[in-house]
Write a protein that binds this ligand. Structure first.
Ligand SMILES: NC(=O)c1ccc[n+]([C@@H]2O[C@H](COP(=O)([O-])OP(=O)(O)OC[C@H]3O[C@@H](n4cnc5c(N)ncnc54)[C@H](O)[C@@H]3O)[C@@H](O)[C@H]2O)c1
Ligand SMILES: O=C(O)[C@H](O)CO
Length: 341
């Protein structure tokens, strides 16, 4: 882990903090006796600021000159304000000594609510009813329930676990798969290894994706895998678009081999206005807003404060990213500690 022996650390923030978040971080530093230079970079100055930063907390999707920043040798720690590390783990960062921590699970409440909205929107046929409403038509058709449904969750980290807590009271059966299938909570009937996925798919009514985008998950839902789902199944993707091959998804939905999809994320964002996904009647698209609810900045700031305290007292950081895996190992994940403290 990086050392905390910097004389006057320069901490650069690049996520949309308001003055109260800035003040909260200053207070945290003062509480632990650290005299630091705290800078709210904003996106315009991020490149210049990062060249002189010891610690960075923010999004990696901003134009960061990572090769120069890494070559400068000053940056010790990146606290990503995103859970997904796909924009942060550049080859230079991976090869460097820079410690990287993610926001895994930090946005779990927000993502669970988004998933809930997409799932119930599809189960209760809201796309059909919205269109009928616009046409002033009183259309009635059968709707579906969540209770008694079998719901698969792929990726059982911070988001998957919180989602299971939110859905369990509906008395559906929840079955999760994970690369590290440990610590099974009571919310799920089974926590299976990732390899069990293909056997699970034909038994599901709903499939929810909450895994990170990695070499292993990229494109993993191709036509063959989608075809394993029953034709009445619904697919919800609140993870990363590239986990699902969009062309295969469109074909499966259009042919009725899949009943519906709710996607907060797409292969390319923004989604191309010409994409056939827009016009499918059984699809709800939201523009990658799952983790964007207003409360996220408060939650992110609290999490950064926790890790700042741990960094300067040389305790292991929460959500330390295993750069080879592309996400934190379960033993370092914030979800293992209530409140992530
Ligand atoms: N829609 C949004 O706005 C939004 C918000 C936050 C996160 N995300 C996405 O959701 C992902 C998950 O977020 P999180 O906070 O739960 O992260 P996390 O790191 O806490 O959890 C990811 C889990 O997926 C598991 N996993 C990895 N590879 C797998 C595989 N091949 N099969 C099954 N499981 C696998 C990991 O072991 C881990 O338990 C992020 O990586 C990010 O891409 C999207
Ligand atoms: O990964 C995340 O936290 C969200 O998708 C925002 O990038």
């Amino acid at each position: 882990m990086a050392t905390s022996s910097i004389t006057r650390p320069r901490i650069v923030l690049c996520y949309p903090v308001e003055s109260r978040h800035f003040a909260r971080i200053e207070q945290q530093l003062s509480d632990i006796g650290i005299d630091a230079e705290l800078i709210d970079a904003g996106q315009q100055h991020i490149a210049d600021e990062l060249l002189q930063a010891d610690i960075y907390c923010g999004h990696a999707k901003v134009p960061v000159p990572w090769p120069e920043v890494v070559a400068q040798g000053r940056l010790q720690w990146i606290q990503s304000s995103a859970a997904g590390m796909d924009h942060c783990l550049t080859p230079e960062v991976v090869a460097s000594d820079i410690v990287v921590t993610s926001a895994s699970g930090v946005l779990a409440d927000q993502v669970a609510e988004q998933t809930f909205a997409l799932l119930f929107g599809l189960l209760r046929s809201l796309p059909v009813f919205f269109r009928a409403q616009q046409a002033h038509e009183f259309v009635r058709l059968p709707t579906r329930d969540l209770h008694r449904a079998r719901v698969g969750i792929v990726g059982f980290g911070g988001n998957g676990r919180r989602l299971a807590e939110v859905l369990a009271p509906f008395r559906c059966e929840l079955i999760a798969t994970d690369l590290f299938p440990h610590d099974k909570p009571e919310t799920v009937s089974q926590l299976l290894p990732a390899e069990a996925l293909d056997g699970l798919l034909p038994t599901l009514d709903v499939l929810i994706l909450t895994a990170p985008l990695t070499d292993q998950t990229c494109g993993m839902f191709d036509a063959d895998r989608l075809a394993r789902l029953p034709s009445h199944a619904l697919l919800i993707n609140v993870a990363r678009g590239a986990i699902v091959q969009e062309k295969a998804l469109v074909e499966a939905l259009a042919a009725g081999r899949l009943a519906g999809a709710g996607v907060d994320v797409t292969e390319i964002e923004p989604l191309d206005p010409a994409s056939p996904l827009w016009d499918l009647p059984n699809v709800i698209i939201t523009p990658h807003v799952g983790g964007q609810a207003a409360t996220r900045i408060d939650d992110m700031t609290e999490f950064f404060c926790t890790n700042l305290r741990r960094f300067f007292s040389r305790q292991p950081l929460r959500n330390l990213v295993d750069k080879t895996l592309g996400f934190p190992r379960p033993e370092d994940a914030a979800w293992r500690i209530p409140g992530g403290q």
